[in-house]
Design a protein around this ligand. Structure first.
Ligand SMILES: Nc1ncnc2c1ncn2[C@@H]1O[C@H](COP(=O)(O)OP(=O)(O)OP(=O)(O)O)[C@@H](O)[C@H]1O
Ligand SMILES: [Mg+2]
Length: 339
């Protein structure tokens, strides 16, 4: 079958247009694209590299793939940017892997996703949203969560997440929020800081979705405040240890699983996702965010690392995402393509 691969490479983006030093962080490298293309080819498919942006638009019309494996993050700093490529694919009626535009748009809007998962019964840190410098000035100190974690409302890939993201006095919360409002040109999310263990959960599948693993991210040295920030993710080999399966108690694991599957369903995730949690000292998993396009870097991606620790190869992970994606289109689609 002819499988198109959609992605946004760091080198295809004009970094000069952005103010932030971490503007390219969400985009992929050739290493990731080649690893996925290699896996798909090894299953006997013809892979067409479609890229993203304008190149994707012209190539998709020219090549007409049977199915698209999508990891495109989208362009600009719009909160719906991850929905761009799947929206075009739906318009052209081309089947594709992963979540649909609505889920991708909602999950990048962290406050909206938090509201929906909270309504579904999942615990997430209490939060407020600050939309403008004027709102920040008018906000009374008593409305600020304390201690607080301050981050851009529509970002991922650790953009805007630094050691200074945690603050426990109002003046520091305000200065970080002011800086983020100016730098990222979008609202700021101020959450209650959860001082517990860092956990990420991988899910693959639809009917039903299955937990790939629950991975405990353990700092190698004692930090007063551990944040799984850009600096840590860049130097992960030295700074953290990944424990998977994690050694939490049965009851905590049960809570993490339930919260993950509930959120996956509430947000309409499809095929695969990764959920990031903090576990409070009293063992409550607080869901921080849902990533329906988790990084698939074969060396440093949390989902691939977790999969290896659970005994899967990289190709087995890609194959399972592809298979559950194809299965959504039904037996007739599968047999008509000789899969
Ligand atoms: N409310 C909070 N309390 C404690 N730590 C937090 C909180 N929010 C975020 N963090 C820390 O910051 C990290 C990144 O936050 P988050 O997952 O929201 O950002 P992201 O940029 O979307 O992440 P990713 O790189 O997974 O896409 C978390 O893994 C955690 O270590
Ligand atoms: Mg995260």
């Amino acid at each position: 079958m002819k499988i198109g691969l959609t992605y946004d490479l760091k080198e295809d983006i004009e970094a000069g247009r952005y103010l932030q030093d971490d503007a390219l962080e969400e985009y992929d490298s050739r290493e990731v694209v080649n690893a996925i293309a290699g896996a798909l080819t090894s299953f006997g498919h013809d892979v067409v590299k479609l890229g993203g942006g304008r190149k994707f638009l012209s190539r998709i019309l020219r090549t007409q793939p049977d199915f698209v494996f999508n990891i495109a993050e989208g362009r600009g700093n719009y909160r719906s940017r991850e929905a761009q490529v799947p929206s075009v694919l739906e318009m052209l009626q081309i089947p594709y892997s992963g979540s649909d535009p609505e889920t991708l748009a909602i999950t990048l809007d962290k406050p909206l996703a938090k509201q929906l998962i909270q309504d579904a019964g999942v615990t997430t840190p209490p939060w407020i949203v600050i939309n403008s410098l004027r709102e920040l000035t008018n906000l009374p100190d008593r409305d600020l969560p304390m201690p607080a974690f301050i981050k851009p409302a529509f970002e991922g890939s650790s953009k805007g997440i630094r050691l200074t993201s945690r603050a426990d006095v109002a003046s520091r919360i305000r200065s970080t929020a002011r800086e983020l409002l100016k730098k990222y040109g979008q609202p700021v999310l101020v959450e209650k800081y959860i001082a517990g263990e860092e956990v990420t959960v991988g899910i693959v599948g639809n009917a039903p979705p299955a937990i790939v693993g629950i991975m405990h991210i353990i700092p190698r040295k004692k930090f007063k405040t551990f944040i799984y920030s850009l600096e840590v993710k860049r130097d992960w080999r030295n700074l953290v240890e990944y424990e998977c399966p994690s050694k939490f108690s049965k009851s905590i694991i049960k809570r993490i699983k339930e919260a993950s599957l509930l959120a996956y369903k509430a947000l309409g995730c499809r095929d695969f996702s990764r959920m990031d949690f903090r576990l409070s000292e009293d063992g409550i998993p607080y869901l921080l965010e849902v990533n329906p396009l988790p990084g698939l870097n074969p060396v440093s991606g949390d989902l691939p690392i977790m999969s290896y620790k659970m005994g899967w190869s990289y190709n087995a992970l890609i194959r399972s995402i592809l298979e559950v994606g194809l299965a959504r289109y039904g037996d007739a689609f599968i047999s008509s393509h000789n899969i």
